[in-house]
Design a protein around this ligand. Structure first.
Ligand SMILES: NC(=O)c1ccc[n+]([C@@H]2O[C@H](COP(=O)([O-])OP(=O)(O)OC[C@H]3O[C@@H](n4cnc5c(N)ncnc54)[C@H](OP(=O)(O)O)[C@@H]3O)[C@@H](O)[C@H]2O)c1
Length: 277
């Protein structure tokens, strides 16, 4: 079923935080794309292998943003099988979104590196956009942010920078075989990040550290399945123990320019209604 002239660039998670940005940039460059998610046509589901062949037909390059997370049970095996099927279907370039400081993510990177195509890994810090697009905005609107994060610095990265790196890797020469560890330009604790949001919005915001159990209960109340809530709680428990408390030059190395600062992100979001109570 492989097309004779495969030239589509596949974007998984195409309506998600990074995939949406990657898709917009590819469209602006006039790159022919296939946007993949369960709501796309053809429908693509990581959990339903029967959807993969139609999604991969005619594809030469692919952006892989596994949902919900590479540390979720079974994720690495799913990504391995998908990457292998992609290469058999004619995909020659794979760009994987990965996370820092996670053993399962490391294994996810390895299966993509070994799939038989050119690869680029974008190994990311916490997204700044967690505060505006992934649920934390609900807490900010309410004025009280409660997370199970210790007083450890995290170099939040702007998803716009991450998308720029992914698009460079998908469309330009010189990124094959590169592992870009992408971070923002400075470390902020979660309390400091919330203080930046407070400064940008001109509002009083409280930050509290809560237990893993309280966090899971809050996410379930917010509508997440308990299994997914546990995955996110586990990420807070592992990657915020100090192992990731350093900045890297991945954005600069890939793009030749520095990453955006969290304060610039906060200023731009404050100009929208994302944090308006
Ligand atoms: N958040 C962070 O701070 C952070 C940091 C480092 C790395 N990461 C990595 O980022 C990745 C997630 O990327 P993201 O945040 O850009 O995506 P995302 O916003 O979490 O993903 C949502 C997208 O995935 C699609 N989707 C959901 N379930 C799906 C399924 N079963 N099959 C196919 N598509 C599905 C959704 O569309 P439909 O609902 O239509 O299917 C939507 O397009 C994870 O692998 C995580 O490890 C995140």
């Amino acid at each position: 079923m492989t097309s004779q002239t495969a030239n589509l660039t596949l974007v998984t998670g195409a309506t998600g935080t990074t995939g949406r940005r990657v898709a917009e940039r590819l469209a602006a460059r006039g790159v022919p794309t296939r946007l993949a998610s369960r709501s796309a046509s053809p429908s693509f589901d990581w959990a339903d292998e029967g959807t993969w062949a139609a999604t991969l037909d005619g594809v030469s390059a692919a952006y892989l943003a596994y949902h919900p997370d590479l540390v979720a049970p079974g994720a690495v095996d799913t990504v391995r099988r998908f990457a292998e099927q992609a290469v058999k279907a004619g995909v020659r370039r794979l760009v994987l979104l990965s996370g820092r400081g996670e053993e399962e993510a490391r294994r996810g990177e390895e299966v993509v590196m070994n799939a038989g195509a050119d690869w680029t890994i974008v190994r990311s810090a916490f997204f700044a956009q967690n505060f505006s697009e992934k649920g934390f905005e609900e807490f900010i609107r309410a004025g009280v942010v409660a997370l199970p994060a210790p007083e450890v610095g995290e170099p939040f990265v702007d998803a716009d920078d991450l998308a720029d790196v992914a698009v460079a890797a998908l469309t330009e020469d010189g990124h094959a075989g590169q592992l870009y560890e992408v971070t923002g330009p400075r470390l902020l604790t979660f309390a400091e990040a919330i203080a930046e949001v407070a400064a940008a919005t001109g509002r009083d915001l409280e930050y509290h550290r809560i237990s893993r159990e309280e966090f899971i209960a809050n996410l379930v109340e917010y509508g997440l399945p308990e299994e997914t809530a546990s995955v996110f709680a586990d990420i807070f428990g592992t990657v915020l123990d100090g192992r990731n408390a350093y900045v890297t030059n991945g954005v600069e190395r890939a793009l030749g320019r520095p990453p955006r600062d969290f304060a610039d992100y906060a200023r731009d979001v404050a100009a929208t209604d994302a944090w308006t109570p």
